[in-house]
Design a binder for this molecule. Structure first.
Ligand SMILES: O=c1[nH]c(=O)c2[nH]c(=O)[nH]c2[nH]1
Length: 306
């Protein structure tokens, strides 16, 4: 309370870009990660807002420097979740006035190249979808860890339809059992670690888990290589994808998926003189993402803490 007002505040540094290279890692060559780090500190620094007293302010410039200093300290290959926990623990425990730290990281998808079928020891190219994480650490070690995927673009040319929806005055969309379906999945899942001491001593491989979750999501979207699997709606496919992740990984408490429906509109062009210039036969489409459907859901285990 200040001057009869309530104030909730945090301050931090966004878009701190850091790359960390580990040289000549046994069995793989050089390893590089590039992270875009966000730091938010929740701290007792109200006088800075109300009385121009900065004595409790951790400078956001110092936060930026800390990211580089802690990256230097990671002498072994480190996942970005572990790095976020390391940073969050530092900020929450080192400064008495800091009650909680939230660390967000987006990883640039550098992938090792293969030359003549052989993995290159130090050559990388950029891939597509991105690995993300958000870690919150409170002063006495209470923790939440979410990981996610951004921009996982998936498409099927068939095995999708949409029928039985509400028909009213404004409905033009025909029912169909044959359409394209395309989306760009944003996913986030929550791990069950509730305290920094819950993180397993042997390195729980967050990076491996990210790759596995991504594979389960994509495999469920596509179905088997020859027959595929019929999708009656983006909603149903989203649910099956989330369920597959929860069934496969008992330590994941909850999954949030955002799956825009990126439309491929059938093209029919005609005029009075040329009534059949382009007659749609499941062949020519106009791809568009503006406007697009927005379908999102969070699927949790009952009794989960998310
Ligand atoms: O899978 C779909 N879900 C919808 O909610 C929807 N709405 C729409 O116009 N087309 C679709 N497709």
């Amino acid at each position: 309370m200040a001057d009869g007002f309530k104030i909730e505040q945090n301050h931090g540094k966004s878009r701190v870009r850091v790359a960390r290279v580990w040289r000549r890692v046994a069995g793989s060559g050089d390893v590089i990660v590039e992270w875009n780090v966000g730091v938010s500190l929740f701290s007792d620094c109200l006088p800075a807002y109300t009385s121009a007293d900065n004595s409790a302010i951790v400078a956001t410039d110092s936060m930026k420097n800390t990211v580089y200093a802690k990256a230097k300290e990671c002498t072994e290959v480190t996942s970005m979740e572990s790095f976020a926990v390391l940073l969050g623990r530092h900020f929450a425990s080192y400064y008495p006035q800091v009650t909680a730290a939230v660390i967000n990281i987006v990883e640039k998808p550098w992938e090792r190249v293969a030359v003549d079928g052989q993995p290159h020891s130090h050559g990388f190219k950029v891939g597509s979808e991105k690995h993300t994480t958000e870690v919150r650490v409170e002063k006495y070690g209470t923790l939440s860890v979410t990981s996610g995927i951004e921009g996982l673009a998936l498409l099927k040319t068939t095995q999708s339809g949409f029928e039985g929806f509400v028909r009213d005055h404004f409905t033009l969309l025909p029912e169909t059992r044959e359409r394209m379906v395309a989306t760009e999945v944003t996913a986030a899942w929550r791990y069950p670690f509730a305290h920094v001491s819950d993180i397993p001593a042997e390195p729980f491989c967050f990076t491996q888990r990210y790759l596995e979750v991504k594979k389960v999501l994509a495999d469920t979207f596509f179905g088997s290589p020859l027959e595929g699997v019929y999708s009656p709606s983006v909603q149903n496919t989203l649910y099956l994808m989330a369920k597959a992740v929860l069934n496969r990984f008992p330590d994941i408490a909850s999954v949030k998926l955002r799956m825009p429906n990126l439309h491929f509109l059938p093209v029919n062009l005609s005029s009075k003189d040329n009534p059949n210039m382009v007659k749609f036969a499941d062949d020519v489409y106009m791809p568009t993402d503006e406007p697009h459907g927005t379908i999102e859901a969070t699927v949790s285990r009952t009794m989960s803490r998310m």
